[in-house]
Design a protein. Structure first.
Length: 114
């Protein structure tokens, strides 16, 4: 019998989109979630076993723990494109800015337009 764990449900819109994706691919949201979680855990474990900290650095960036400059410095890369490619290769989502940062940027942009 599978172990039971508690997690906060994803946002309603995200869950709706996940159900559509699952239906289009003749699978379930649970199967999609399990595949992604398995990939994340196995990739982390493989990197950890080999002593490679690059995946942990990318995970920290994805979770918003470190910014893009610190990430690029830690990985020894020079361009945003290289960071994007590494994130895609690691199967990790790019982090989102905090809402306050997004609002501040929008305010700055609106003053430039005047």
């Amino acid at each position: 019998m599978p172990a039971i764990f508690t997690a906060r449900a994803p946002a309603r819109e995200l869950l709706k989109r996940a159900k559509i994706l699952a239906a289009k691919n003749d699978t379930s949201v649970n199967a999609l979630f399990n595949a992604e979680l398995r990939y994340l855990v196995e990739t982390f474990e493989a990197a950890e076993a080999s002593g490679n900290r690059n995946f942990m650095t990318l995970l920290d960036f994805s979770l918003g723990r470190i910014d893009d400059r610190k990430t690029m410095d830690a990985l020894g890369i020079d361009t945003d494109e290289d960071l994007f490619l590494l994130m895609a290769g690691a199967h990790l989502p790019m982090p989102r800015l905090a809402e306050a940062d997004t609002r501040r940027m929008a305010e700055i942009l609106s003053t430039l337009h005047k």
